[in-house]
Design a protein. Structure first.
Lengths: 545, 1031
């Protein structure tokens, strides 16, 4: 009996002990199962945008839209020399997997709890979009074993496999968005900071993405042009149906960059416009449309910055000629001296991309007008109707339907002009000028793709097109001004011989991110045996073979 | 098995608590008092009737009472004292004075839970160090004063900055990702010795690799320490529970003793200077020809040659200065028959070899004890205040803090006078004015004078205890302790610094950290002698620990008034706050049973059950145990003078280890600052299946003394295996996380320790004592989780080399990138260029940082009133990665780049593009800047060195004033003058700075950063003169 009492009192002591140590709920943060769907969606969109647009900035450096001030060993400088390495392409990878994608599953779980199908649909589309985009730049990446409990060395999947998954996921997303939400579900508008709750825009986006991803396979025997056209027909047809991120300008006094446009942050004060981009914009390339009725593209001043001279007259930036050798030691950055109203370096002819001063007074010298894409409150043109028109133009052109191709080409230009908020009268004038090809018989693939290149400024898609079209090279890989599509697109003067030893080597994929090289090397080498080699980045991905 | 044992232990504890019954056993008797050397009463002395098992013990006043028959004699024994045998006289009163044991055979050591035990009774290795030895090369950081003195201790000082941390690893690391440093226990209470509390990288960009933090044992005034016991393995420390899996450092502070009141004043002045600096070339100027065209807007020194008449600046050597330290302390102690006290105060004011840096510390301590009846009440309390002034040595997270000063110094072009950091008009003088500010390199003086970091800590550690001698076979002890500190960290980036855009108009970050630890410990000790030859003792106890840590951080960006330093001096939207709370609790029940037979055979078993708050509820409670035994085999041999003492010992032990708090679930980021706010998952994945990790250790040892103790030897061999490691490794981002909590992985450490002591000469005037210790440890990783081939240590990532633990390979490995080879080991060359083919992978095993042998040789000569002692320490083997030279090479300042643009020939195989086959080729190519930067640097083994050293760690000469002088000054009872040199000689094959280096300090977990040399503050040599007066 006494013994029993002791044991009883002991077990009471023991269980009160257990209670005393039960303090392991994190007081600093709620548990990952707590947030609701509408609390989960905004950061998913914001982080996806970062991953996507940061991929776009890197693609813009590789695609010779952007140059950068000289900095030996600098990340962006390396990219303009076509060197993607584990350091400079790590961010899109980390931002996608860790900041964005890992939130998809808990968002869907939270959404399904309250039958918020629209949230689930949006989450699936973002998942498809992110994986689809990154698979096409990295070539291989973990998909099946992503976010699996107990697996810390996920196996890599081929982009071709991910491509199939992505298409299926887009269909699932569309189906979810077409459902009626449950009575307790929050309306999509509550958390949708991208399309403001418009399910139609999301559905159109999903079809648009299908068109984009399917079109990547244009060089494969299995290519189904009609499937692309069908998807494109269900994608965004107007500016308002496009998926566009509106960033927020909190003013220059706010140090946080969280709400400002990604291209504003990413281009910083060191990015510059290339001569190639400027030439494309001003129709200054071999085979550009020309005639008696030429007119300057009304978008130029939206896309490239200008600077005022001492008399207050604006001058456009010079473009950095990537082939001339200037990139071997320049351009250098410069600074403005207000007292003398001068710049300290002659390289100030290469104008910075940020509007400077931020809010010029009448007497201030305009150091840069900035560009429409690199304003703090710029729009991120994530997926637009313009892209679909150019996809159609390309397909029709290949199908020798030149009339349809010409119409689509012009519709694409028009769409982008509208997106750039060009006044309608100017749009009409430009579209009927000889600076836009008017004769279906004279239309070339170069005309289409170069206009698409402009319309997709800063989009990761440009680099996919460049690779698909084989830059301006012939079948052997040598630069060819006659047969090449992207006229004038040459190897940069400072291209690194370690990575690109041969004239026929062109950038074909991103390097593997350091997080995988360091922590998952066995799986990396299983999927990409050449990943250790400096010229791994010249290996073509599945649809580019 | 586990449960019944646990129940039994707890049951018996409760039984004893509830049924304490006193009984008397008395007839007619002999009485008396036992006093110690200094006249104070000695409680607990065993008084035994010789040749019987009748015995008693002295009480708190040293008194005893025992019935004696005529003709019988009494035997007095007490650990640490020489035994005596006395025949009672007619009076029936026997007063005895016990003498401290002089021979090593009777040595006493403080073991787990503060229990003093005879060293010969121990079944495991433990070593201690006394005050005198500790103070011979007194260091602000007491950890450094242990270096070279104890076998099996691997101590690494992180550099020469004042207030910098030192790590201590016993018998290799047991944890791949956890803290591998031993538990610090002061006067019976665990105390915090963490490092890097300031690492708040996500908040203020400051990372451990780029600055120096103190380890908190620095809050202890070394003068207060009476002795330090090092309990090396889990067997010794198991009783302390899971925090002692890596051993324990048990500190006992000084006590007053009965008799006269004694005062001590001690003053020291130290001067320090840099002992070694890396070498730089002085042939080439700033510039770069990387792209073929000269560019001067670069900090690189790949430019043109210096021309006659050009000034070549010694920027690095001119930068460092001679540092000083003033160290004063005083103490007063005394006592009576029933009580004693010790009161001390100290002040240390130390400047650094780097301008503006310093460390100051003030301490006060009170220890007191009073006996009342069967009770002894006591208190140990210390208050410490310390401050470190420093700044970033390297770039912070995301280069947020720009470049640190050490990186800048190492790489500063020698055609530029680094001292010119301001223009005549007071504005910033820039190295590369043509670059955007964030891409420029800040001048080290700018960083020091404009971007200071500081930390201030106030700390109280105290405990109060009561001992009750309930009967002569039961003692009850209760102790309640607190360890509380408050640290203020401040980190300033001045407007105009070359940092990320958001901070170019200033950034101030302040963090307040409050650490609060409460420990409650109840212990019952039973002891009994059976049949005269058997001694038994049982200890039962329960302990609870509550640790609470709260840190509040505030940051201001973009100062409104440019040079006004205040968190308030920024717009509200540029002010940030962050709070972190961490709370852990632990309840433990433990028992320790010891048996001994005839001072010859000793057996001991311990068991402990812990309940920890940081594990999932189902795995919260766990039990572990240890057994150990020793045999003094010389007791079986005939007494002889050759082998005077010999013992063998063996032990087996198991200790658990738990997770940090809040790892059982994934937490969140948010509300986010991005558009729409909201929440997203934190970058570390939680795990609700975590279970405790377990360390198993098996140890064998022997101790032998020859020639009446003039020569001694102690040897230990051990195997330690740690299983089910709780890890939060960096993982593939494709898991969705940067870090992930997992629960697998095994480390095995095998090693041996040897200590040899000798007294070659000992006579009235002269004695010579030698102590040699040496140890070897090999740490191997057995199974890493989920096919993870390598585990990296966060914070120790250099571009092409990293501290790494390899699966089925070394625990303290280094991974790096290497040139590619074919399967036959031939170098792969590029067919066209002829250069070796590099690899982008940095995961190749390139070296092991663990030394083959570590040791120390301590000599002490005494002649009359002079004592000369010198301590050498040595290391054999183990790689050091010279990251500093990597940086120098990248910047074109390393001497190895001096023969740039010369021809260099490679032989290997290259792939013939026409045949597609590999053919042997020999190619001669130019060792251009491009070659060095893109190809040479890519082969990390070029910067790896197998390092040996022999170092005169300290040499100390002291002179004590003789009695003849002292007798004329009755107020002065002793005076000692000491001159000490530290680090005066270093013989090493290492080409860089001091090879005792650890770039990220002691706060780094897992295999740590020891053996990685990367732009740390150079180590110093020093000279100290000290005076110690006793009143």
């Amino acid at each position: 009996m006494k013994k029993l009492l002791y044991i009883l009192s002991l077990s009471i002591a023991f269980s009160s002990c257990k209670k005393w140590v039960d303090i392991n709920d994190n007081p600093n943060s709620a548990n990952a199962t707590v947030p609701t769907a509408e609390q989960r969606l905004p950061p998913l969109i914001a982080q996806f945008c970062d991953a996507y647009e940061s991929t776009g900035t890197r693609a813009a450096f590789l695609s010779q839209q952007l140059a950068v001030t000289y900095l030996s060993g600098g990340n962006n400088y390396n990219l303009t020399g076509w060197v993607s390495n584990s350091a400079n392409i790590g961010w899109p990878w980390q931002c996608w997997y860790v900041n964005a994608a890992v939130n998809v599953k808990p968002l869907i779980t939270a959404a399904e709890k309250v039958q918020a199908y629209h949230y689930a649909g949006v989450a699936k589309i973002i998942k498809a979009w992110g994986f689809g985009t990154l698979a096409d730049v990295y070539g291989v990446m973990p998909y099946d074993q992503f976010d699996s409990v107990g697996i810390i060395t996920p196996k890599f999947d081929e982009a071709a496999y991910i491509h199939e998954k992505v298409l299926a996921l887009l269909d699932e997303g569309i189906a979810d968005l077409q459902k009626t939400q449950g009575p307790a579900a929050p309306s999509l508008a509550k958390g949708d900071v991208l399309n403001n709750g418009k399910t139609d825009s999301w559905i159109r986006l999903a079809y648009g993405l299908k068109a984009r991803f399917l079109n990547h396979t244009s060089n494969l025997p299995s290519f189904n042009a009609q499937a692309v056209l069908d998807a494109a027909s269900k994608g965004p047809q107007t500016k308002d149906q496009s998926t566009i991120m509106q960033y927020v300008d909190e003013g220059p006094m706010v140090t946080s960059t969280a709400k400002e446009a990604l291209q504003y942050s990413n281009t910083g004060t060191s990015a510059r416009i290339t001569l190639l981009y400027l030439n494309y914009l001003t129709n200054n390339y071999t085979g550009a449309p020309k005639g008696a009725n030429n007119m300057e593209d009304p978008r130029v001043d939206s896309l490239v910055p200008s600077m005022a001279d001492q008399n207050g007259v604006l001058h456009r930036t010079q473009g950095v000629d990537m082939t001339s050798g200037i990139t071997n030691s320049g351009p250098v950055s410069y600074s403005y001296n207000a007292a003398t109203n001068t710049f300290n370096k002659k390289d100030s002819i290469y104008v910075i991309m940020r509007k400077t001063p931020y809010a010029p007074a009448a007497t201030d010298r305009i150091q840069s007008t900035g560009t429409r894409y690199t304003r703090r409150n710029a729009q991120g043109l994530l997926f637009t109707n313009a892209e679909l028109r150019f996809i159609e133009a390309e397909i029709y052109f290949r199908q020798h339907k030149n009339v349809e191709a010409l119409a689509a080409y012009k519709a694409g230009i028009q769409a982008h002009l509208e997106l750039m908020a060009i006044p309608p009268a100017k749009i009409t004038a430009f579209l009927s000028s000889s600076s836009v090809e008017q004769n279906a018989a004279n239309l070339t693939l170069s005309n289409i793709m170069i206009q698409k290149y402009i319309a997709l400024s800063y989009s990761p898609e440009n680099w996919a097109d460049l690779r698909r079209m084989n830059y301006c090279a012939d079948a052997a890989g040598n630069y060819n001004e006659v047969t090449g599509v992207y006229k004038g697109f040459k190897r940069p003067a400072h291209v690194n011989a370690l990575n690109y030893p041969n004239q026929t080597d062109w950038p074909r994929r991103f390097a593997i991110a350091s997080y995988e090289i360091n922590y998952n090397i066995e799986q990396v080498l299983k999927a990409a045996p050449g990943a250790n080699n400096p010229n791994y980045i010249t290996e073509r991905i599945w649809w580019n073979k | 098995m586990r449960k019944p044992l646990r129940l039994l232990a707890i049951y018996s504890l409760v039984m004893l608590l509830c049924s304490i019954s006193l009984y008397a056993q008395e007839r007619k008797a002999v009485t008396g008092t036992v006093l110690s050397d200094d006249g104070s009463p000695l409680p607990g002395v065993t008084v035994r009737i010789k040749g019987s098992n009748r015995n008693t013990q002295t009480d708190a006043r040293g008194s005893f009472r025992i019935p004696v028959q005529p003709g019988e004699s009494l035997e007095f024994s007490f650990i640490g004292y020489e035994s005596q045998s006395i025949k009672p006289g007619e009076s029936g009163i026997v007063d005895v004075k016990m003498h401290t044991a002089s021979s090593a055979l009777e040595q006493v050591i403080v073991t787990g839970m503060g229990i003093k035990r005879e060293k010969k009774a121990l079944g495991y290795a433990a070593q201690d160090i006394k005050s005198v030895e500790l103070l011979k090369n007194k260091d602000a950081n007491l950890v450094n004063s242990l270096n070279g003195k104890i076998a099996g201790l691997n101590i690494t000082n992180s550099g020469g900055a004042p207030g910098s941390s030192a790590s201590i690893i016993i018998r290799g690391g047991t944890s791949l990702e956890g803290n591998n440093q031993p538990l610090f226990v002061i006067d019976g209470m665990p105390m915090d010795n963490s490092t890097g509390q300031g690492d708040n990288s996500a908040f203020d960009g400051s990372i451990n690799q780029s600055t120096t933090y103190s380890n908190r044992a620095m809050d202890i005034n070394p003068e207060d320490i009476e002795s330090i016991s090092v309990l090396k393995g889990p067997a010794a420390a198991a009783i302390y529970g899971l925090r002692a899996a890596a051993g324990a450092i048990v500190i006992t502070t000084k006590k007053g003793s009965a008799g006269n009141i004694t005062g001590t004043v001690s003053s020291r002045y130290t001067t320090n200077w840099v002992n070694r600096l890396p070498k730089q070339q002085g042939t080439y100027k700033q510039g770069s020809y990387y792209t073929g065209t000269l560019n001067n807007q670069t900090a690189y020194s790949w430019g043109d040659k210096f021309q006659p008449g050009d000034h070549i600046y010694n920027n690095m050597a001119d930068f460092f200065k001679t540092a000083n330290a003033f160290d004063n302390s005083l103490a007063i102690s005394g006592g009576s028959q029933t009580g004693n006290f010790y009161l001390s105060a100290s002040n240390l004011d130390q400047s650094g070899v780097v301008p503006t840096t310093n460390f100051t510390r003030s301490t006060v301590r009170f220890n007191g004890e009073q006996k009342i009846g069967i009770f002894t009440f006591g208190v140990n309390a210390t208050y410490a205040r310390s401050q470190t002034q420093k700044t970033l040595t390297g770039s912070g997270l995301w280069a947020a803090g720009g470049s640190g000063y050490m990186e800048s110094i190492v790489a500063w072009p020698r055609n530029d006078d680094m001292k010119v950091w301001l223009n005549p008009d007071g504005s910033k003088h820039r190295l590369l004015p043509d670059l955007d500010l964030d891409l420029d390199t800040d001048n080290p003086y700018w960083i020091l004078y404009r971007n200071p970091q500081s930390d201030k800590t106030t700390r109280f550690i105290g405990s109060a205890y009561v001992n009750a001698k309930v009967t002569n076979w039961l003692d009850v002890n209760y102790r309640l302790g607190v360890d509380n500190y408050y640290t203020q960290l401040s980190n300033l980036i001045a407007p105009g610094s070359s940092v990320k855009l958001g901070w170019q108009s200033g950034m101030l970050s302040e963090t307040d950290r409050n650490y609060n630890y409460v420990n409650s410990n109840l212990m019952l000790t039973f002891h009994k002698t059976f049949h005269k030859d058997w001694d038994a003792s049982l200890l039962l106890g329960t302990t609870s620990e509550d640790t609470y840590l709260k840190s509040n951080s505030a940051r201001a960006e973009n100062f409104t008034i440019p040079n006004f330093v205040s968190i308030n001096n920024a717009a509200k939207e540029n002010q940030y706050i962050s709070q972190g709370i961490s709370r852990t609790r632990l309840a433990g029940f433990y028992g320790d049973l010891r048996l001994s037979y005839k001072n010859m055979v000793y057996l001991s078993a311990t068991g402990r059950n812990d309940i920890s708050s940081t594990l999932p509820v189902k795995n919260q409670s766990f039990f572990y145990s240890s057994v150990s035994g020793s045999l003094v085999f010389t007791e079986l041999l005939p007494k002889n003078n050759i082998l005077s003492f010999g013992k063998v010992r063996a032990s087996w032990a198991q200790v658990g280890k738990v997770a940090p708090p809040y790892q059982t679930a994934t937490s969140l980021f948010g509300p986010e600052l991005t558009i729409g706010g909201g929440f997203r998952n934190y970058w570390s994945r939680g795990n609700d299946e975590l279970k405790p990790e377990a360390t198993y250790s098996t140890e064998f040892g022997t101790e032998m003394r020859f020639l009446n103790g003039r020569l001694g030897m102690d040897f230990t061999y051990y195997i330690t295996t740690s299983k089910d490691q709780i890890l939060t490794p960096r993982v593939s981002n494709a898991t969705g996380y940067i870090l992930s909590s997992v629960n697998t992985g095994t480390i095995e450490n095998k090693g041996m320790e040897l200590t040899i002591t000798a007294t070659p000469v000992k006579n009235k005037n002269f004695s010579w004592e030698v102590m040699l210790n040496a140890s070897h440890n090999k740490g191997v990783v057995k199974t890493l989780p989920g096919a993870l081939p390598i585990l990296y240590v966060t914070d120790v990532h250099l571009v092409n080399a990293k501290a790494a633990s390899f699966n089925n390979g070394p625990f303290m490995g280094i991974s790096g990138s290497t040139w590619q080879k074919d399967e036959n080991g031939n170098l792969l060359l590029d067919w066209n260029t002829g250069y070796p083919v590099t690899s982008v992978s940095t995961t190749t095993y390139i070296g092991n940082r663990e030394p083959d042998l570590l040791g120390g040789l301590n000599n002490s000569f005494s002649y009359k009133n002079f004592n000369l002692s010198f301590l050498w320490d040595f290391r054999v083997g183990g790689d050091v990665y010279n990251g500093t030279d990597y940086l120098l090479t990248l910047y074109g300042l390393s001497e190895r780049t001096e023969n740039r643009n010369s021809d260099i020939t490679f032989s290997g195989v290259a792939k013939n593009p026409t045949t597609g086959k590999f053919e042997p080729v020999t190619k001669t190519v130019k060792a251009s800047e491009k070659y060095y930067r893109d190809i040479y640097l890519n082969n990390a083994p070029f910067f790896l060195e197998k390092v040996n050293w022999l170092r005169l760690r300290s040499v100390s000469l002291s002179y004590s004033l003789p009695h003849s002088v002292l007798s004329q000054t009755p107020w002065l009872r002793g005076a000692v003058i000491t001159a000490t040199g530290t680090n005066l000689l270093l013989f090493t094959n290492y080409s860089g700075m001091d090879p005792e280096t650890s770039t990220a300090g002691a706060g780094v977990i897992g295999s740590g950063s020891a053996g990685i040399d990367y732009c740390g503050v150079p180590a110093t040599s020093g000279f100290t003169i000290g005076l110690n007066l006793k009143f």
